[in-house]
Design a protein around this ligand. Structure first.
Ligand code: ADP
Length: 456
């Protein structure tokens, strides 16, 4: 056991604030880092202490400046670093540097980052744990892909081994696209992720994206907190998430959650992680593991009552999940109640290819009320949204006894918001919430692309 007294959050925006809140409730002092461009950012003021990071570096690179973050941590008696999501959250070198400096990295072990940061290694781990995976293959050249396509048929999808965030994927519909797609996939992978290693998978047509939240402690206990349905996607990126899934049969839900636990047990996983699957009919296939907290963790918290970020901190301190302090019951007693939905309000213009908008927020009035949780970044009047970082402004999570009620709450909330001076996707999100296919749970990953009326 090692008591944590001070945590540095190596991140910005809503997730930094979310983690500070968890810390404060645990009586842990908080440290923010901010780039020059983020000097007026909200997260800076939400921490007990804040320090400029990565001076002279580009806006994103400032938050990736490992040595400067370590310097700030050491100079200010930080015991632990929470990396949030994105930025350094899956960076092996960073986790190792923390270890060397005797700073706790709040996340899984280096070995887990190593396995799950590489989708090919992750697929192998799943195969070894007898989890169904999408038919796929590591490829060295075009011929390898051609052979794969001859065996499984088109369409196929070429993916970057180190890819993430919906990027580094290319669908190939027929043989004549293969040469170009392969060379593009490789060069994109190299530019975006520093390695041109790619692999190929059979394209599962119109699947649902179902993912299972996992928590594992240092004593070897692993539990799942049920699933989230993240099928409402644009360009392979999540837009709206639902927990639990509306359309999964009880049998399939159990099988998928079991499979997720089995995989994480087989790697002795520690801390929070998510196992992602594609579901088509009664079949499910593993795609990847995210070894970190996710944007959509809020809806699992709402339906289970379990604080995932605080659990991460307790686990890092050495507590067992089932200890009285943490209070998570045994698996059989972990229950969900009702339905939760998360919408991501972004400063993107749905009528103009979701182009991120920038500028000053002149009016900001938010929603709220019973069954509503807001996790906001720089969402306030006078805030200047810069082009340097992602366009997530505020996450709305609603919770109610039925899915319809949760959706109605979301619509009511979205409509209560007044955000002026900058474009947002609010009208688009209202259209999603009210669409009959969404309400009935009859949507899959093709929903947004195949539903033009959402853009009206
Ligand atoms: P990332 O790490 O970039 O998020 P994932 O492997 O998690 O990439 O996939 C993201 C999304 O891309 C999935 O939710 C799904 O919509 C789509 N996708 C990925 N692999 C396949 C596949 N083999 N068949 C169909 N869709 C896929």
């Amino acid at each position: 056991m090692r008591k944590i007294n001070k945590i540095l959050v190596a991140n910005r925006g809503e997730i930094a604030i979310r983690i500070f809140r968890a810390c404060t409730e645990l009586n842990i002092r908080t440290v923010a880092i901010y780039s020059k461009e983020d000097a007026g950012s909200y997260h800076r003021y939400k921490a007990d202490e804040a320090y400029l990071v990565g001076e002279g570096k580009k806006p994103i690179d400032a938050y990736l400046d490992i040595e400067d973050i370590i310097r700030i941590a050491k100079q200010n008696d930080v015991d632990a670093i929470h990396p949030g999501y994105g930025f350094l959250s899956e960076n092996i070198e960073f986790a190792k540097r923390c270890e060397e400096e005797n700073i706790i990295f709040i996340g899984p072990k280096v070995e887990h980052l190593d396995i799950f940061g590489d989708k090919v290694k992750a697929r192998n781990a799943a195969e070894n744990a007898n989890i169904p995976i999408v038919p796929g293959k590591e490829v060295q050249n075009e011929e390898d892909i051609r052979e794969f396509a001859e065996r499984y048929g088109y369409p196929i999808i070429i993916k970057a081994a180190l890819g993430g965030g919906g990027r580094g994927m290319r669908i190939v519909n027929s043989e004549d696209q293969l040469t170009e797609s392969y060379s593009r996939a490789k060069s994109e992978a190299k530019t975006a992720f520093g390695s041109d290693e790619v692999y190929v998978e059979k394209l599962i047509s119109n699947p649902k994206h179902i993912e299972v939240q996992i928590l594992g402690d240092q004593q070897g206990n692993i539990v799942h907190l049920y699933e989230r349905d993240c099928s409402v996607q644009r360009r392979h990126q999540k837009v709206v998430e639902v927990a639990p899934s509306v359309s999964l049969s009880e049998k399939l839900r159990e099988e998928i959650c079991e499979a997720a636990v089995q995989l994480m047990k087989s790697t002795n996983y520690v801390n929070a992680g998510t196992v992602e699957f594609l579901v088509s009919g009664d079949e499910f296939y593993f795609i990847e593991v995210n070894p970190r907290v996710q944007v959509e963790h809020t809806i699992t918290e709402l339906i289970t009552g379990i604080d995932i970020v605080q659990s991460q901190i307790y686990i890092a301190e050495g507590y067992s999940l089932h200890s009285p302090t943490v209070g998570i019951p045994e698996q059989k007693d972990i229950q969900t109640r009702g339905y939760a939905i998360q919408s991501r309000i972004t400063t993107e213009d749905p009528l103009n290819h979701f182009l991120p908008d920038t500028g000053k927020i002149t009016v900001y009035r938010s929603g709220g009320g019973f069954g509503v949780r807001l996790d906001a970044g720089n969402a306030f009047q006078g805030s200047v949204i810069s082009p340097h970082y992602d366009s997530l402004l505020v996450k709305i999570s609603t919770h109610a006894l039925t899915f319809e009620q949760a959706a109605a709450k979301m619509v009511r909330n979205l409509r209560e918001f007044r955000i002026r001076g900058i474009k947002t996707n609010i009208a688009f999100l209202v259209n999603v919430m009210q669409h009959p296919k969404f309400i009935k749970g009859e949507y899959d990953t093709s929903f947004i692309d195949t539903t033009p009326e959402l853009f009206k």
